[in-house]
Write a protein that binds this ligand. Structure first.
Ligand code: GLY
Length: 318
């Protein structure tokens, strides 16, 4: 029995592990883990408290996949519901559909009794407003005086926009689980790129891109620059590499290498490496696992019988 998760998912991995230990199915366990992060207002890349789109509206994407039944579903650009992972699981369990977006996803959630609420926290609104006021000198907005900027807002930009352009506007939670009976399941949930175009959908709710599970082989999920994952169907391809005999680390690194070679020139730095970042988490049927990242160092979460901890990701570019 094992659970792996993105770096921000230590408590999620721990919860999923405990729930499986108590006999809960891996799909339910991973969703329960992800829910903790969706509820966390301090996590500004997932669920409640996520940074909004360019119009100041929080739009969430999430998907689940169950290895045992090989069924999965996703919801995208969902507004006003803090647990898109639960909505995706319900879509999988109660309908014959695999993907719902926007108003349709909200109507489905509403019909199933999900509570609607404002997901934009005061902090996220302040971050968004700061972005609006500072992004251009040829619009109506005037930049705030540096001394008037809330230190928490300044810190958010320092943390999320450090490094090469585009590195930091991203985040997400992914959790993959292997149950005591050898069944696999996974879940990915995100508020997507900060300040994204309204209606923009990333990789997280798309089976094969942001996550994929095949009970015969393994489970994989990703966080980071979703468009690169969408163009390379990364999670599916990583599982296919596992099927052909590669280890989780080899499969993950091979996919990052493939993405790097296909990256368009304007997204490459002076060394010819992608400016964006991408992390893959691969859990094989035999319990071996890896976290890989385009640029190091980073960590991923692991929960197993001897406890939960952060492990080092292997970087394609150190
Ligand atoms: N990987 C999350 C996103 O691009 O939306």
């Amino acid at each position: 029995m094992k659970v792996i998760a993105s770096h921000n998912g230590l408590v999620a991995a721990q919860r999923a592990f405990e729930r499986m230990k108590a006999g809960v199915a891996p799909l339910d366990a991973v969703v329960e883990g992800v829910e903790i992060i969706e509820d966390d207002a301090e996590e500004t890349t997932v669920g409640y408290g996520g940074i909004p789109n360019e119009e100041g509206v929080v739009e969430l994407d999430a998907a689940v996949m169950d290895g045992k039944t090989h069924r999965g579903a996703g919801v995208a650009a969902l507004q006003r519901v803090r647990h898109p992972s639960q909505v995706a699981r319900l879509l999988m369990e109660q309908t014959n559909r695999v993907l719902l977006v926007g108003e349709g996803a909200l109507k489905f959630a509403r019909a199933n009794g999900f509570v609607e609420e404002n997901l934009l926290t005061e902090h996220a609104r302040q971050v968004w407003l700061h972005w609006k006021r500072t992004r251009s000198q040829i619009d109506d907005w005037r930049a705030p005086l540096p001394e008037s900027v809330d230190p928490k807002v300044k810190k958010w930009f320092d943390v999320h926009f450090r490094g090469p352009a585009g590195h930091g506007k991203i985040g997400t939670i992914h959790v993959s689980a292997l149950s005591p009976s050898g069944d696999l399941a996974c879940c990915t949930s995100t508020s997507g790129h900060a300040f994204k175009l309204p209606g923009r959908v990333g990789d997280s709710p798309i089976l094969g891109a942001g996550l994929y599970a095949d009970n015969d082989v393994g489970s994989c999920g990703s966080i980071g620059h979703g468009e690169a994952n969408l163009e390379n169907v990364t999670s599916f391809a990583a599982i296919e590499l596992l099927r052909s005999g590669r280890s989780p680390q080899e499969a993950g690194l091979e996919m990052l290498r493939r993405i790097a070679t296909k990256t368009r020139p304007d997204q490459l730095d002076a060394h010819g490496r992608p400016k964006f970042n991408l992390w893959l988490y691969v859990l094989a049927k035999d319990g071996t696992h890896a976290g890989v990242t385009m640029h190091g160092p980073k960590q991923y979460a692991l929960a197993e019988e001897k406890g939960a901890r952060l492990e080092k990701c292997v970087a394609l570019y150190e």
